[in-house]
Write a protein that binds this ligand. Structure first.
Ligand code: SF4
Ligand code: SF4
Length: 271
């Protein structure tokens, strides 16, 4: 019986997902996108009222009434999609993984129905470029100072044969002393804050820190809890943010690559 299963799986074609399909993909993440031309003040008001994490808000920008969407706080609950009367839809592409926190906010002018900060272009980057960026070796230490384990479930999926993170030379390591990057999930609980600082200190420089999930980016649904210190950047410096609750494996890969790409760009600019 077991030999039949093995024989059958060996006969199947390779299912590893191509890198082009990974970058910018967000299927299953439930991240919202706004169709600017369908947005009205009444719809904006309605979706702000149902948002449970204040990811959506009405703000004033240069004297104009605007809608702001912060993906750092968004938990992908879908309420804005339900109440948005077609002006809010599940995002098809999501080019905002691994960016600085300021890159996670979008603003639409409710009068002109135009987006004020244009979306970031999707970084087209081929597989051989990715291998050059990593030098075929990036060691990641994953750190969980308070996650619900939802983000971990997606991170674990990165090592399966479908996503196969190791094809890029990215490995998970057990010790921060062997790590180039810390991938931190969850809000930082009071009990774990010292451990997070100690892990950061134990990681050799140059090091990169990535905050993962709505909890890592903004404390998510735990914001305001007495049991937490706050998001990851309230305890250690963060270089890039990967939103979502949880982010999909594709978003995680794209985010890790983007953090590295931005860090290398900054490095070459300072030379
Ligand atoms: S999907 Fe995100 S932005 Fe929309 S209501 Fe839920 S938390 Fe708010
Ligand atoms: S972002 Fe969502 S899935 Fe990740 S730790 Fe927080 S609650 Fe869990």
């Amino acid at each position: 019986m077991i030999f039949d299963v093995i024989e059958q799986s060996l006969r199947q074609p390779s299912r590893v997902i191509p890198v082009e399909a990974l970058l910018g993909g967000c299927e299953g993440s439930r991240m919202p996108d706004v169709i600017a031309e369908r947005l009205t003040p009444a719809i904006a008001q309605a979706i702000v009222e149902v948002c449970p994490t204040a990811a959506l808000g009405l703000v004033e920008h240069d004297g104009r009434a605007c809608l702001k969407l912060s993906y750092a706080e968004c938990i992908g609950c879908g309420r804005c999609v339900e109440r948005g009367l077609g002006a809010v839809i599940p995002a098809q592409r999501f080019p905002r993984c691994g960016v600085p926190k300021s890159g996670l906010a979008r603003i639409w002018d409710l009068d002109s129905r135009l987006e004020i900060a244009a979306p970031r272009p999707h970084p087209e980057i081929a597989r051989d470029q990715i291998c050059r960026l990593f030098g075929r070796a990036l060691n990641i230490r994953q750190l969980d100072p308070g996650s619900c384990n939802g983000c971990e479930a997606e991170i674990v999926a990165l090592t399966n044969p479908y996503y196969d993170l190791e094809r890029f030379g990215i490995h998970f390591v057990a010790s921060p002393k062997h790590a180039d990057m810390l991938l931190v999930t969850g809000p930082v609980t009071r009990n774990m804050a010292d451990a997070v600082r100690a892990t950061y200190e134990a990681t050799p420089s140059p090091k990169l820190v990535v905050a993962v999930g709505a909890c890592g980016c903004s404390a998510g649904v735990f914001a305001g809890s007495h049991a937490i210190v706050g998001p990851v950047d309230s305890v250690i410096p963060v270089h890039g943010y990967i939103p979502g609750c949880p982010p999909t494996p594709a978003m995680l890969v794209a985010g890790i690559i983007e953090v590295l790409r931005l860090a290398m760009g900054a490095q070459s600019a300072s030379k």
